[in-house]
Write a protein that binds this ligand. Structure first.
Ligand SMILES: NC(=O)c1ccc[n+]([C@@H]2O[C@H](COP(=O)([O-])OP(=O)(O)OC[C@H]3O[C@@H](n4cnc5c(N)ncnc54)[C@H](O)[C@@H]3O)[C@@H](O)[C@H]2O)c1
Length: 254
């Protein structure tokens, strides 16, 4: 049986990815540091979802996840998805803020990629997807650390793709726009009701709506699969066209 490691799988995009892979018959090691949320998700996702509590900022979490994946079958897929919303401009943060943010957002993905390639090399087969963000290519105000880490993930993706493509291991990045997840809910203005706040967020994309986690899971599942067999080192933007437009112009009057 093919197995996958998905980090940040208790909710949001990671949970949707886990669900999508399970529907394809993959056994998923669902990694998350939120034990309660992970337990709920695993209960709903069924037997093919194996929860593993851990922090991606610890190298050992990735080793444990790999051990679990190898015990259950052949580790072929790895998704570095776990992330945190990390707000702060350079004028207002300190070294601790930078280190805590990078630990999850950048080191977590780097550790995951290192462990994944080591475990995939013996079989000369595997596919890794790193969840970056459109903030890896365009800065949002007051997201100094997050923007930087998401950009670093793009170069890390290329580095892995170049080094291990010759050995049957592909690595690609997905760059979501604004997606309706618990992370996004937490950033909405508290004075607006959720539906109205999401509607306004949606106007930032030419598709005039925010994206759904399942729409990201579809892209990730494709990149992981053999259907994407010649895609390596790519950056797939899935943002409803938000970064295709220079300014937030209103739609045409047609
Ligand atoms: N939601 C968006 O609009 C959006 C846009 C672009 C990129 N992203 C990226 O997509 C990924 C998923 O985001 P989401 O919106 O689903 O977030 P979310 O907050 O809804 O879910 C993230 C999950 O990751 C887990 N997590 C956080 N830190 C962890 C750690 N150190 N170790 C283990 N697990 C940890 C959380 O417990 C949570 O279950 C993130 O990397 C995020 O930066 C999200």
């Amino acid at each position: 049986m093919k197995t996958a490691v998905v980090t940040g799988a208790a909710m949001g995009i990671g949970r949707a990815i886990a669900s999508r892979l399970i529907a394809e018959g993959v056994h998923v090691i669902a990694v998350d540091r939120d034990e309660t949320a992970l337990e709920i998700a695993a209960g709903e996702l069924g037997d093919r979802c194996e929860p593993l509590v851990g922090d991606v900022g610890d190298w050992a979490t990735h080793e444990r996840a790999s051990d679990a994946a190898e015990a259950a079958g052949e580790l072929r897929h790895w998704v570095n998805n776990a992330g945190i919303d990390w707000v702060g401009g350079a004028h207002e943060i300190d070294a601790g803020h930078i280190e805590r943010g990078l630990r999850v957002l950048q080191l977590g993905a780097m550790y995951g990629a290192c462990v994944a390639v080591r475990r995939m090399l013996p079989a000369r087969a595997g596919s890794i997807v790193n969840v970056s963000s459109i903030q890896g290519i365009a800065a949002f105000p007051r997201y100094f650390v997050y923007d930087t880490a998401k950009a670093a993930i793009l170069m890390m993706t290329k580095s892995i793709a170049v080094d291990y493509g010759p050995f049957g291991i592909r690595c690609n990045a997905v760059l979501p726009g604004c997606i309706e997840t618990p992370m996004t809910h937490a950033t909405l203005p508290p004075d607006l009701d959720r539906e109205e706040a999401l509607r306004r967020e949606g106007l930032l994309a030419p598709l005039l709506r925010v994206g759904q986690p399942e729409e990201m899971a579809e892209v990730v599942a494709f990149l992981l699969s053999d259907r994407a067999s010649y895609i390596n080192g790519a950056e797939i933007v899935a943002d409803g066209g938000a970064t295709a437009r220079c300014f937030a112009y209103p739609p045409l009057d047609l």
